[in-house]
Design a protein around this ligand. Structure first.
Ligand code: NIG
Ligand code: FE
Length: 372
């Protein structure tokens, strides 16, 4: 699709002619759980038949089902499956992808997951941002004793991951029946002491006070926010924390309740978007689809969705100074869309309009296919 244009003066610059198509910044997927083994297609059917997400988790399924399989998987199995999914994501326009651990829940298995993220970073021509999420669930060997698992994380997992420099951020699933607000606070403050900046899965299902906690601990982002309190929204607006909304998750779970995007924007919260790609609640890899859902389902305008999927999500993963916008001072992360108007990107819901994806000046995907 792209025609190479010969330039007269310079020999070391390649000029591409986008032939009047829409050119946008590379999309930044600010929240994924890319590395895991197996799928949860069976639980998908159980949920359709009426089981709830938290019920399945309480019975040892859900996240713990993926933990069991991820613990058994080898490095190379995890790397191969993650690489395959990353190709689909990049072909749909993502050039920076945050990735959380959290299907290991032991020091050894969390290290394994984050080493896979580090290998993805060296092997693939796009950027992966690593986040420690050993606080994703209470593993079965600590069942009924979340305090003891929190102690284990504070004493062993957090210091060792920090020592090995395997994660930039630390995330907690602050939710009823998972980690309480007080446990989440301890985990995040301890992580921050070790140099890992806080992120929170906040107020996804029950309004626990996750948004407030995010503002109080100076979290880089508060994610989900389907059920934040009014006070939580006000506190986020007054903070530096970015709200990362994940509309594919609400839609995939078939939930009527969705994040109050309009209210957050009205109050001045910085809103970003992400796929939340994971085996349980969002097997969605396309940021273009997420932008469509943000518009049709959360009532964000196409302008707001584009901002949320680029510059705001870049800030949500600590890349706001060098990614997320088309500027001379930033890296050349660019997507050329087969569209005449940028509104067509969310409008063609479910299509992939990306005809060229460029990372740091190099074409990494063309016409729906990754070149790696
Ligand atoms: O962001 N809510 C917790 N974590 C994921 C789900 C992970 C899973 O179900 O495997 C989420 O939705
Ligand atoms: Fe998540």
């Amino acid at each position: 699709v792209l025609r190479r244009v010969e330039t007269e003066k310079s020999t070391d610059i390649t000029v591409h002619d986008a032939e009047g198509r829409v050119v946008i910044p590379g999309l930044v997927d600010a929240h994924t759980h890319l590395v895991f083994a197996g799928t949860r297609a069976l639980e998908y059917e159980q949920k359709i038949r009426g089981a709830s997400y938290l019920d399945i988790l309480a019975k040892g399924g859900g996240i713990l089902n993926s933990v069991e399989r991820t613990r058994k998987a080898t490095h190379s199995e995890l790397l191969d499956s993650a690489r395959k999914r990353a190709r689909t994501m990049v072909a749909a326009g993502s050039t920076t992808i945050e990735v959380k651990s959290g299907y290991g829940l032991s020091l050894e298995a969390e290290v394994k997951m984050l080493e896979v993220v580090s290998q993805l970073n060296s092997a693939l021509p796009v950027e992966f941002v690593p986040t420690l999420m050993s606080a994703h669930a209470v593993p079965s060997e600590y069942e009924g004793n979340s305090e003891k698992y929190v102690e284990y994380m504070l004493e062993h997992i957090i210091p060792e991951i920090a020592r090995r420099r395997l994660a930039e951020f630390s995330d907690v699933f602050c939710e009823k029946g998972v980690f309480s607000v007080e446990q989440s606070r301890r985990i995040l403050l301890e992580s921050a002491k070790w140099g890992m900046r806080p992120k929170i899965h906040a107020d996804e299902i029950v309004p626990l006070g996750g948004a407030e906690l995010a503002a109080q601990v100076g979290a880089v982002s508060a994610d989900h926010l389907v059920a934040p309190s009014d006070e939580g929204i006000v506190q986020l607006a007054d903070s530096e924390t970015v709200a990362v909304l994940l509309p594919a998750t609400s839609l995939f779970l078939g939930l009527a309740k969705r994040a109050p995007a309009r209210e957050m924007i009205r109050r001045g919260v910085a809103v970003a978007l992400a796929t939340d790609f994971n085996p349980g609640t969002s097997p969605v890899m396309s940021m273009q689809l997420v932008m469509s859902l943000a518009c049709s389902y959360l009532r964000m305008t196409p302008q707001e969705a584009l901002t949320a999927a680029t510059i705001n999500s870049a800030y949500a993963v600590g890349r706001g100074e060098r990614a997320g916008a088309l500027e001379k001072t930033r890296q050349a992360d660019i997507v050329i869309m087969d569209a005449e108007d940028f509104r067509e990107v969310p409008y063609f819901m479910g299509s992939n309009l990306a005809c060229a994806v460029i990372k740091k000046g190099v074409i990494v995907a063309r016409d729906g296919n990754a070149l790696f």
